[in-house]
Design a protein around this ligand. Structure first.
Ligand SMILES: N#Cc1c(-c2ccc3ccn(Cc4ccccn4)c3c2)n[nH]c1N
Length: 234
């Protein structure tokens, strides 16, 4: 299966980075195909206007619905198709999680709608919900300037789960937040040299005693999780 990824943004250059590294390899291997689009290509005025003042007043600008609707018509089509997943990154979205990444990794087509300014006219999202499967997702409780960085993060989390993308898929199953895994943070990692700037790798990790190593790692994960993410232990 090839996953088609479309990105709608007034800064399509953000997505040039998808030609690099593992994701670039996934494109070369035909696992994914990436299309970035400039929203301004669907404007018709001299200034290629995409924003306007908010109805009801308030600070900032709101993205006009017209360019989005015409871009949808051109990129996705005018017929409803629930197999198309349209993602609106937004601070008011549902927190994006590993399980959402897992679900999206099985989808054949994803369209990212990257807003700017104070956001997109809500009728755009309402229209999209009548046509496709819509996800309003947030990366976390902090404010970015637009949806592009979130779209890149979601892309990486999703594409790495596509069968055939990672060299050794077994490693995915062991990762924190993977399905079936206990919700624990990763234990500290070490590699050679054994001694570095007066600091040594914990002896247990050099013992070759797999039972003790597993026990040490679990204890470290429990301590770290209790300290940094007590919410995961609820
Ligand atoms: N995902 C996600 C996000 C975003 C995000 C996503 C899309 C847009 C489109 C515009 N802005 C700026 C903005 C500033 C103030 C209030 C509303 N919007 C975005 C921010 N911020 N933080 C997250 N976890």
């Amino acid at each position: 299966m090839t996953m088609r990824l479309d990105y709608l943004s007034i800064f399509p250059g953000y997505f040039d980075v998808l030609d690099i590294s593992l994701l670039g390899k996934a494109v070369d291997n035909g696992l994914v195909e990436v299309h970035a689009h400039d929203l301004r290509d669907w404007t018709h005025d001299r200034h290629r206007t995409v924003d306007d003042t908010p109805c009801g007043g308030g600070a900032g600008m709101v993205m006009k619905p017209d360019p989005w609707g015409e871009a949808f018509d051109g990129i996705i089509g005018i017929e409803p198709d629930p197999s198309v997943h349209v993602i609106f990154p937004t601070p008011s979205g549902i927190p994006f999680t590993q399980s959402a990444a897992q679900e999206l990794s099985t989808v054949e087509r994803v369209v990212f709608c990257c807003g700017r300014y104070e956001g997109i006219d809500h009728r755009v999202i309402d229209y999209a919900r009548t046509m496709w499967t819509v996800h309003e997702l947030s990366l976390g409780d902090y404010v970015l300037n637009g949806g592009e960085v979130a779209a890149l993060a979601i892309t990486e989390a999703v594409v790495r789960l596509i069968p055939g993308f990672m060299g050794n898929p077994e490693s995915l199953a062991e990762e924190s937040f993977s399905p079936g895994q206990e919700r624990l943070l990763e234990y500290p990692l070490f590699t050679r040299p054994v001694s570095w700037r007066g600091m040594d790798v914990p002896e247990v990790l050099m013992s070759g005693h797999h039972g003790r190593i597993a026990e040490w790692r679990r204890e470290e994960s429990l301590l770290l999780t209790r300290d940094r993410r007590p919410d995961l232990t609820d």
